[in-house]
Design a protein. Structure first.
Length: 322
């Protein structure tokens, strides 16, 4: 009888312990991004959070936080005060300079070309370098191809833009390219840009259609020129202590969520590219096609410096990707 009672007690304890574990509070994590919730980064972050929560059976809960300063988000991931952050390659280059090779003007011909390089051997080798900077590069996403906008100046060709103060990301590659074209690059955090445009501190800015659309820059800028001068990647970084401390099964959940987020991000960029120009026109923005080869020629003076920084062979390898 004692044996029977003892066995029953063990079963009861086991059931109770399982019940406590099953009903334990989820582990709460944070992911940050710099755009409105309906933007390409907002969609990516919410997709990441939803996928993690679903695949973990609710054991993990991911809080999505908007943080305009992408560099601060990455620094927080380094320090461990948050687990994940999306950021563009501009601020990411402050931690891993090699990532800036993807910001060279007119490097990619289209989205298939850019995504193929980033998802392939070249892109993954650059992502691997983030661990040396105190972060884990999980996956590349994208902002899209960047275009020029101005407040008043009409820009039919690069010469028309000479002397303009154009806000750029804190990205030395972008700044060098604009300087070569005779434009005055003015680097500043994205959060400072609306005020700078309103106060006339800068004459214009450059960003992809999804960002121009999501942040209502049509209310601050009259003219949009479809220069497509730079493909702008972004990436998801994670905290190494958190990710490396996971079981293989849980780590696979976060890796899968990162890839799902990439799909959602790119689909939103494609949707905005398809419909965004018509939407901006309907809002009253003057949208103009330009001869992109003229802008390529105007920025060509910066290429020797880029080849010195990143290697002419690597740049050509990216250009030749098929």
């Amino acid at each position: 009888m004692f044996k029977s009672l003892y066995g029953g007690l063990l079963v009861a304890i086991g059931v109770l312990a399982f019940g406590v574990q099953a009903n334990a509070d989820p582990v709460t994590l944070t992911i940050s991004h710099s755009s409105p919730v309906t933007s390409h980064w907002g969609v990516a972050a919410t997709t990441f959070a939803k996928t993690v929560e679903e695949k973990s059976g609710g054991r993990y809960k991911v809080m999505v936080q908007r943080l305009d300063n992408e560099r601060e988000g990455m620094e927080s991931v380094q320090l461990g005060s948050q687990e994940f952050a999306y950021g563009s390659t501009g601020p990411a280059g402050n931690f891993v300079p090699e990532v800036r090779v993807f910001d060279i003007p007119f490097l990619f011909t289209d989205y298939a070309h850019a995504r193929g390089v980033l998802d392939g051997e070249i892109g993954q080798s650059v992502l691997a370098k983030f661990e040396g900077a105190g972060m884990i590069g999980m996956a590349f996403g994208e902002n899209g191809f960047r275009h020029l906008t101005t407040t008043n100046r009409v820009v039919g060709q690069p010469a028309d833009a000479k002397g303009l103060k154009i806000r750029t990301m804190e990205n030395k590659v972008h700044m060098a390219a604009w300087s070569a074209a005779g434009i005055l690059p003015t680097p500043m955090a994205f959060s400072e840009l609306p005020t700078a445009l309103q106060q006339g501190v800068v004459d214009g800015q450059e960003n992809p259609i999804p960002i121009i659309l999501a942040n209502n820059f049509d209310q601050l800028q009259k003219h949009l020129y479809l220069t497509g001068h730079v493909y702008s990647p972004g990436l998801l970084v994670g905290n190494p202590d958190f990710l490396n401390g996971l079981s293989p099964e849980d780590r696979a959940i976060f890796d899968a969520a990162a890839l799902e987020a990439v799909k959602a991000n790119r689909a939103k960029v494609e949707e905005d590219e398809k419909n965004g120009i018509a939407e901006l026109k309907s809002r009253g923005m003057d949208v103009q096609e330009v001869d992109r080869t003229e802008f390529l020629a105007a920025m060509a003076g910066a290429m020797p410096d880029f080849e010195s920084q990143f290697g002419a062979e690597l740049i050509q390898k990216i250009r030749d990707w098929k």
